[in-house]
Design a protein around this ligand. Structure first.
Ligand SMILES: [Fe+2]
Ligand SMILES: [Fe+2]
Length: 275
C-alpha cells in the first residue's frame, strides 16, 4: 500500500502495463496516458480535495451521485457480452469461430462476477456503494435527479453506447478494458482520500469505517480490477481471432484518450459545484 503523499493514477497503472504481452497495445495505453496527463492531474486533484475537508450534505450528495455514474457498468458489460454471443448464435460463422465468440463473451462477462456478488452471497457492489454514500449523507436522496450532473450522466451514456451500440465491438472491449485498469488506479487513490476524510473529520467506530470503505477496498484487494483488465484482453484476443480481424491500435488509443477526457470533464464539473 502506498503512502498518502504524491499519489498519481499513473503510478498505479504502470506496474500493470508490464504484464501486457502485446507491445502495440501497451504502447497505445502508454501514449494515451501520456497525452492525457492534464486529465489525469484534474482527477487526482479532485480526489485530493475530497479527502482534505468535510463537505456539506449537498456536496456529498453531488459527489456520490456523480461518482456512481462513472462506475457500476454491469448493464453495459452484459450488453457487450450479449452482442458477441449473438454473433456466435446468429452470425454466419464456423463451429470454431462460434466457440471463440462464446469465449470472448464469457471472458468479458467475467468482469462482473464481483459486482454481482457471485462469491459473496449475492451482495452486490451497488449495495456496497450505497453503504459508502450513506455513511456520509443522512438519507438516500443522493440518488435523485436533483443531485445528478449532466456531465456525469453524459459519461455514463458514453460508456454504455461504446459498449452496447458502437458499430465496432472492439470499441466496447477497449472501453471495458480501459475502465478496469483506470478504476484499479482510481480506487487506489480514492481509498486514501476517504480514509483521510474519515480519520480527520469523523469519529467513526472501526465497524462504521469498514462499512463505509468496503466498496472501495473490495476493488483493490485481490487485485480485482487488475484481473478484470487482463480478462478483457483475453476477450479481445478471442474476438479478433473469431472475426479474423486485426486489433485496431489506433482505435484503442483514441478510445482510451476519449474516456479520460470525458471523465475529467465530470470531475471538473464536480469540482465547481462542491463546497
Ligand atoms: Fe465493482
Ligand atoms: Fe472491475
Amino acid at each position: 500500500m502506498k503512502t498518502i503523499e504524491q499519489q498519481t493514477l499513473v503510478s498505479f497503472i504502470e506496474p500493470a502495463l508490464e504484464h501486457v504481452e502485446d507491445n502495440q497495445l501497451r504502447t497505445a495505453l502508454q501514449q494515451a496516458l501520456a497525452n492525457q496527463e492534464p486529465a489525469l492531474r484534474t482527477i487526482e486533484s479532485v480526489f485530493e480535495k475530497i479527502g482534505s475537508q468535510n463537505w456539506t450534505e449537498t456536496s456529498f450528495k453531488l459527489i456520490f451521485n456523480a461518482w456512481k455514474e462513472t462506475h457500476l457498468k454491469m448493464l453495459a458489460i452484459y450488453g457487450l457480452s450479449c452482442r458477441m454471443q449473438r454473433m456466435g448464435l446468429e452470425g454466419d460463422v464456423t463451429k470454431e469461430e462460434q466457440h471463440l465468440l462464446f469465449l470472448a463473451a464469457a471472458k468479458n462477462a467475467e468482469t462482473s462476477y464481483e459486482d454481482l456478488g457471485l462469491d459473496f452471497d449475492g451482495g452486490t457492489h451497488t449495495e456496497l456503494y450505497h453503504n459508502l454514500a450513506e455513511s456520509f449523507v443522512s438519507d438516500d436522496s443522493w440518488m435523485l435527479q436533483a443531485f445528478s450532473m449532466p456531465e456525469a450522466k453524459a459519461f455514463k451514456t458514453y460508456v454504455y453506447r461504446n459498449m452496447v451500440v458502437a458499430p465496432d465491438i472492439q470499441t466496447g472491449l477497449f472501453t471495458n478494458m480501459f475502465s478496469e485498469i483506470y478504476n484499479h488506479a482510481e480506487y487506489s487513490i480514492a481509498i486514501n482520500a476517504f480514509n483521510r476524510l474519515i480519520d480527520e473529520h469523523y469519529e467513526f467506530t472501526p465497524q462504521q469505517k469498514t462499512k463505509a470503505t468496503t466498496y472501495i477496498f473490495a476493488h483493490i484487494e485481490d487485485e480485482t480490477e487488475l484481473n478484470h483488465f487482463t480478462v478483457v484482453i483475453d476477450a479481445l484476443n478471442y474476438y479478433t481471432k473469431a472475426t479474423n480481424t486485426a486489433i485496431d491500435y489506433t482505435l484503442a488509443q483514441n478510445t482510451f484518450e476519449t474516456y479520460l477526457q470525458k471523465l475529467a470533464t465530470v470531475f471538473e464539473a464536480l469540482d465547481q459545484k462542491i463546497m
